[in-house]
Design a protein around this ligand. Structure first.
Ligand code: MLT
Ligand code: ZN
Length: 466
């Protein structure tokens, strides 16, 4: 993009949005022009830091008038390039909108500005003997606005669902610069299209979330965590079935031996048990009374006798539970230096065995010589397949190679009625493959919806679809 264009936009922002904090410092452009993906170079024209709904509105009205592309930016922990600004866009950061607006004990809702960090919401709820159940490894820095825009999932979807299930109301500035108040925290509201749900998971392509009302729930009973060494991926399905039938599972996660090695190396963790196993399951279950733990141990014995598992440990304190979780939650960070190419796949839970068998065969033939790590949220059908970049390859060569294999992986996923993106979103990186999960008719209708909310195509243009 021409320097003249950038200067023009920056002048417009300075003139029409007086008082708005704006930065064109190289370090800020770099840090706020991208998310956790490493496959694009950030290149925004400016980063703005509004402090209020009025300031966001002023930016969008100006952008609509002058066709300035905007990229919303939260905690920037996304993994598909949804928050990348690499074409001179103006980044709208919510770092200065971190206020808790309201807590309503009767309604059990917490209303927050979009820049509030996920963990802050969890802690705020906990201090009031309530619970916000959406949880994932990056919750210490990800922001609620980004969680909603990407319909974040994480580790407890099996029990509590996705972010979508916890949004009671939204305020949004759409691409026309108008404030939409969606659902207002109501539990029941049968008055036509629920626009709230269009914005959840829209990846910033319809508007900017400026306030959210979140539902809170009862504090769950105490839980226990088990880490099981599972003899094979095929056995994993039976192990899951067995424990799921007997206990109230709040999480059932998996990791391969290779993933275990990387997380141990990266975080200097001791071996969780003697010997190695091709796969591990990390499960968490509600344990309100000692009898429940006995039941879990019976399941363990049974799976051991049947040869499905070879070893395991169970937490006896919250600290031990947190330590066991590190083997799963630390993986993403531990492998970041290896520039992983991330596949975030899902199928129905009952379809996992057949899908995995086919996928495993395909991966072995298509990625010979590449290190492939498996982990994910087995209990909700979401598998993360990470291919690590060989040291000898450039990032560009690596992305191109993975891109060549993608059509086969995604065609296979489609043939198993799965999704090419379970929870990370489509963003920039998966955009060329959207058609493997969504039909032409679907995409056409989505374009139509975008045109209604964002007629000037200023809201995160080029993401999700063109
Ligand atoms: C996870 O489950 O750890 C996250 O989705 C991040 C990742 O896939 O690396
Ligand atoms: Zn995940």
């Amino acid at each position: 993009m021409k320097a003249e264009q950038r200067n023009n936009w920056n002048n417009l922002l300075n003139t029409h949005c007086p008082g708005l904090e704006t930065s064109t410092e190289a370090a800020v452009l770099e840090s706020h022009g991208c998310d956790w993906t490493r496959f694009r170079t950030p290149d925004p024209s400016a980063v703005v830091f509004p402090r209020s709904i009025e300031e966001v509105t002023a930016v969008v009205v100006l952008a609509a008038e002058h066709r300035i592309p905007l990229v919303p930016s939260g905690g920037r922990t996304g993994l598909s390039g949804g928050a990348i600004a690499d074409a001179g866009e103006v980044v709208v950061s919510f770092d200065r909108m971190r206020r808790i607006v309201d807590f309503n004990a009767m309604d059990r809702t917490l209303t927050v500005e979009p820049g509030v960090v996920t963990q802050t919401v969890q802690e705020y709820a906990q201090q009031r003997n309530l619970y916000y159940p959406v949880s994932f490894a990056s919750e210490g820095s990800s922001q609620i606005g980004g969680n909603i825009a990407s319909n974040a999932g994480g580790i407890r979807v099996l029990r509590y669902g996705l972010t979508r299930d916890w949004v009671a109301g939204l305020k949004v500035i759409d691409g026309r610069g108008e404030l939409l108040e969606c659902n207002g925290g109501l539990v029941k509201n049968a008055s036509g299209y629920d626009l709230r749900h269009l914005f959840i998971g829209s990846e910033g392509t319809l508007g900017l979330i400026v306030e959210a009302s979140l539902r809170l729930t009862d504090t769950p009973p105490p839980s226990r965590v088990m880490l099981l060494a599972v003899s094979s991926l095929e056995a994993m399905t039976n192990v899951f079935h067995h424990f799921h039938d007997a206990l109230i599972l709040t999480a059932f996660e998996i990791l391969s031996d290779a993933a275990m090695n990387y997380v141990r190396q990266g975080h200097k963790l001791a071996a969780p048990m003697d010997g190695a196993s091709p796969f591990y399951a990390l499960l968490e279950f509600e344990c309100p009374e000692p009898a429940t733990e006995d039941l879990a141990l019976q399941c363990f014995e049974h799976c051991l006798e049947e040869g499905m598992i070879v070893d395991g440990v169970i937490s006896q304190s919250e600290t031990q539970a947190a330590d066991l979780w590190r083997y799963r939650e630390g993986i993403s960070e531990a492998i970041t230096p290896y520039t992983p190419y991330k596949n975030d796949l899902s199928v129905r839970i009952s379809g996992i065995p057949a899908y995995l068998q086919d996928l495993d065969r395909l991966v072995k033939t298509q990625y010979p010589g590449f290190e492939v790590l498996w982990y994910g949220h087995f209990g909700d059908g979401n598998l993360h397949m990470n291919i690590l970049k060989p040291e000898s390859m450039t990032v560009e060569e690596f992305e191109e190679t993975c891109g060549r294999v993608n059509p086969e992986i995604f065609a296979l996923t489609h043939s198993h009625q799965g999704s090419i993106s379970a929870e990370h979103g489509i963003g920039l990186l998966k955009k060329p493959y959207l058609g493997y999960t969504r039909s032409e008719a679907d995409i056409e209708r989505m374009r139509g919806i975008k045109a209604v909310f964002d007629p000037f195509n200023i809201m995160n243009p080029g993401k999700l679809f063109d």
